[in-house]
Design a protein around this ligand. Sequence first.
Ligand code: ME8
Length: 503
Amino acid sequence: MSKSFYISTPIYYPSADFHIGHCYTTIIADAIARYKRLSGYDVYFQTGTDEHGQKIENKAKDAGVTPKEYVDKIIENAKDLWKSLDISYDYFIRTTDEDHVKRVQKIFEKLYKSGDIYKGEYSGLYCTPCESFWTEAQLVDGKCPDCSRDVHLIKEEAYFFKLSKYADKLLKFYDENPDFLLPLSRKNEMINNFIKPGLQDLCVSRTSFDWGIPVTFDKKHVIYVWIDALTNYITSLGYPDEVGDKFNKYWPCDLHLVGKEIVRFHAIIWPCILMALNLPLPKQVFGHGWLIIDGGKISKSLGNYKDPREYIKQYGVDAVRYFALREVPFGSDGNFSEEALITRTNGDLANVLGNLVNRSISMANKYFDGKVSNKKDYPEDKEFISCLESLKDEVDKKMKTYEVGGALASIFDVLRRSNKYVDETTPWILYKEGNLERLEKVIYNLLEAVRICSILLQPFMPSTTEKIFKQLGVSDTSFADICKKIDFSVNKPEVLFARIVEK
Ligand code: ME8
């Protein structure tokens, strides 16, 4: 039986204005999910939308429609964007799904019955855009520390979750599971800034608006949107009323991939809820950095917003995917600009990958009518061949720690090395000299380089590699036995990435 692998992205607030930063989490999650599938795992990749809360209720009010009408209309925007980015999710959850609603209610009841949720009165500060509660001390210049917007005072009867009860247990868990939260800087931030100063019980219901999941035993309360949202990771597996094969196979989740500003919810609140439910905790939470523009946030109001589909239309889906995966060191912030996207596309995709594929297939056609088979080995190829043969292990090693950029760098090193191999072996001179035996071996090695690199590139650039396999005439694109020798019968080359000329 194959091993399972559950990876999730956060569930997104429905929006008509998703920007390139929003695509970042999902592109990385997709590359990891595809890599794991090709490595033989039974993968469950989940994404979705987070549709309740005061923010959505306010937006719907402004648009003059009901919240449900509002979310139903714009939900397709997320699905369409993920489709245009070739996101291979296995399940898309909406928090307005009937099953989810019913299950969140049952979880809330369960926690109430066990005493982990109790009734009290909340009086404090709230940031509506972030749907976050804050204390006075946590504010920065009197504003929300996450988004720098105004917070407002709310005072209402509310239910609370006993977060404080789980602080020591959580610290112990961090201690015993050093890889639970990565990168390390985020773990230190959680421990020093939040857990050690003392966790306060969390307000988990609201009464001042309606757009949320009602508390079954006290209907004027709706469940705090983050409780509703976080539990999506288990309600989709059937918890608590249909715990069966799906739940047992995929829970605990292998990787929650989230942006750095929501690590707090995933690495503190979520584990404590799971402890209260007596469920195993996720194996890992990874808090990635942001794509920023000119050192700042991407937003419509700042005037630096462009619909990601425009970049896709202009430069191709894999240029956008490649940029997101390669440019930003995983875990840190990275600057996005159209110039940087063009530089990456021209430099790596057109000059290195596209050039190698094109010249290798063209030479196979020109010198051997497209048919090239493996002949005797030459000692001078040893170093080059060993680069090809060790690549899979190197990429595997990087992907084990989800270093997607590092994995791509390793593949592109070999592609660059392959272009250099052409310059070193000068096939056109071998042809002129009539040294056809050596020439065929050189072309064979180049086709092998293209084949091996493309197999490994599939998770990152699925549509480009599909085109390469067609040109290469290769049908077995599996990771297994990647270095096996095959005979080639290639087709006509086609340009994969045209050089972009900056206006
Ligand atoms: O936070 N660069 O949803 P969301 C990189 N509904 N990532 C970015 C980004 C940027 N510029 N801007 C946004 C929510 N993101 C909640 C999640 S999960 C139980 C509930 C990322 O739509 C952000 O970091 O505001 C987050 O991981 C994701 O987009 C969704 O953000």
